[in-house]
Design a protein around this ligand. Structure first.
Ligand code: NI
Length: 132
């Protein structure tokens, strides 16, 4: 029951796309990650995912459903600025990315059961998140 300093926690790791768990809240977890470039298209059938931008600008790509909404190739991108967050609803295909070689710091809030890349297996996929 001590305050957790987010900036301090970010200083404890450097690897991109490697989530680190900083707290649990019942069956939810608070995760920090440093991301750069593009991640992997995936979805989570049973879990929503919250992405809060601590530093930089996150571009969250969504694959539009068969409704045809969205831009080119059915991909819609939401810009999430520092101090903003976005919730990815369960079942929606998404792919976070950053631009201009910027390393972006994000805080995620999601269920403990949420798999990093859903059912997709990728070289970026992490199965265990170090606790820091
Ligand atoms: Ni996800």
């Amino acid at each position: 029951m001590k305050p957790i300093n987010i900036k301090e926690k970010f200083s404890l790791f450097n690897k991109n796309w490697h989530p680190h768990q900083v707290a649990t809240v019942d069956n939810m977890q608070v995760i920090l990650a440093k991301i750069k470039g593009e991640f992997v298209w995936h979805s989570h059938e049973e879990e929503d995912e919250l992405f809060q931008v601590i530093k930089g600008t996150l571009y969250m790509q969504f694959r539009a459903s068969s409704s045809g909404a969205g831009g080119e190739g059915g991909i819609r991108t939401e810009v999430v600025n520092e101090g903003e967050f976005i919730v990815v609803p369960k079942g929606v295909e998404h792919n976070p990315m950053t631009k201009n070689d910027e390393e972006v710091h994000i805080l995620l809030f999601e269920k403990l059961s949420t798999a990093h890349t859903g059912k997709v297996q990728h070289e970026k996929t992490q199965t265990e998140y170090p606790k820091i």
